[in-house]
Write a protein that binds this ligand. Sequence first.
Ligand code: ADP
Length: 480
Amino acid sequence: MAVATSLKREACLIDGQWVTNGAWMDVDDPATGQVIGRVPMMGGPEAKSAIEAARSALPHWSALAAHERAALLRTFAHLMIDRADALARLLSAEQGKPHSEALGEIHYSASYLDWFSEEARRIYGEIVPGHQRDKRIFVLRQPIGVVAAITPWNFPAAMVTRKIGPALAVGCTIILKPAEQTPFTALAIGALAEEAGLPKGVLNIVTGDPVGIGATLTASPEVQKLSFTGSTATGAKLMAQCAPTIKKVSLELGGNAPFIVFGDADIEAAVQGAIASKFRNAGQTCICTNRLFIQREIYECFAARFTEATCSLVVAPASDPNSQIGPLIDQRAMAKVKAHIADAVSKGAFVATGGVGHAEGENFFTPTVLTHATADMCVMQEETFGPVAALASFDNEEDLIKTVNASPFGLAAYIYTRDVSRAWRVSEKLETGMVGINTGLISTEVAPFGGVKASGLGREGGRQGIDDYVETKYICLHLD
Ligand code: ADP
C-alpha cells in the first residue's frame, strides 16, 4: 500500500532533533511484502542519548502547571484527529489492518490523550488527620520521573498513546521504543507531539535493535519506570532486567480470552459478539477471544450460526474498502496459526470452515472455525493470535469456571447470558482483569485495561491509568 504523507519520518526523535545514524532497517507492508520505507537501526548508545535528553527535560516539564500540560495534550489529541486519515493509511501500510479499523484505532488512540488531558488536572493528594496533636500529614502524588515505553506492532498508535498520555499528563518524560514492524506510526505521533508544542526531550523515540535498546533502558538508574506491552516471555525478561535498579514496572502481556455462552443467551447477539471479539485485527489483539465455551444444549445451533457468519468475512488488503480481515503481521504468525490448527486436528477437532491460507497473499489466512475443541489442544491453552476460533462445549457453570481459571493467563473474558445473577457470580469468580457481559468489545479509554496472573501488572486507561506514573510522597509537618 503506497503511503505519501508528511508525517512519515525516516529518522528518530532525540532531544527535539530528527536524527539518523547511518544504519537502517526496512519496514514492509505485510499484505505485499513490499518495502515501504526504512528507519534508523539504533541501539544502546542512542538509547543512552535519549535517556539524557529525557532526564534534562524533566525538571521543566514536571514543574509546569497541570493545566499547561493538559492544554498541550488536548492540542496533541486534536492534531491526531485532524490527521486521522493520513495516520490510518500509514498505520495500515505497515501493519495491514483494514482502513476502517485503522481509522478506528487512530480515534481510539487520540481518546487516550484527551482522557489524560482531563485527568492531568485531577491528580489530587490527601490531607490525613495527624497521628499526634502537633502533627499534620500530607500525601502528594508526584511524577515518577523518566519513563521507558516499549510497544508492540498490533496497535501501533493506541499502545503508544496509552503510555505517553498518562506519562505526559503527570509530568514524566519518555523514551519510546516502538516495534520494529510498525515504527512509522509511532514516529508520526512524535511529529504531531512536536507540532503540538511539546518541549524538546520530553518525548524521545528510538527505533532499532530491541535487545540493545532494551538493555540500556532497563539498566539505567536514570529510568524510573518501564511500561511494556508485548509477549509474556519478553515481559518476564524485561522485568528481570529491571530488578537490579528496582524500577516500577507495568506489563500488558498475553491473554487467552474465554468467550462463554450459556444456554439462556441471545444466540444471535452472542454470534455477533464472538465475531467482533475474535476477528478484530485478524485475531491479533491480546483481548481477542481465543477459546469459546458453549453450553451443550445450544452448541450445535451456535456453531452453525457462528460458522456461517465467519464464512461471510471479507479477506482483503487494507487498500480494499470492503476488507474485514487483513494479512497477519508476518510468516512467524502464519506458522503459529497453522501449527495450532494441525495440533487441534490431530487431537480430534473438526475444521468447520477455513483451515488454510488465503489466495490474497502469503500472509493472509482464511478465517477458521474449529469445533469439538478440547482442553489438551494448543489452541485452547495459548493465544493463537490469528483468525482461528476453537469451540468447546460445557455442561455446568462450576466445572467451566475451573477449566477457564486453570489457564496461567488472565486478561479478558466474555460471558453471554440473560441471567443477571449468573453474570455477576461468574464475573466475580473469573481470574481475569476484565470481563465483558453480553458484549465482545470492551476497550475504552474510560476504563482500566489490564490483566492478572501471567497477563501482566498495572492498568492503562481510566482513572487508574495515572497510578502507574506517580509516586506517593508523605510529608509530616510538626507544628510549633
Ligand atoms: P511479539 O512476539 O508479538 O513481537 P514481543 O514481546 O517480542 O512480541 O515484542 C513486543 C515489543 O518488545 C516490541 O517492541 C519488540 O521490539 C520488543 N522486544 C522484543 N524483545 C525485546 C528485548 N529483549 N528487549 C527489549 N524489547 C524487546
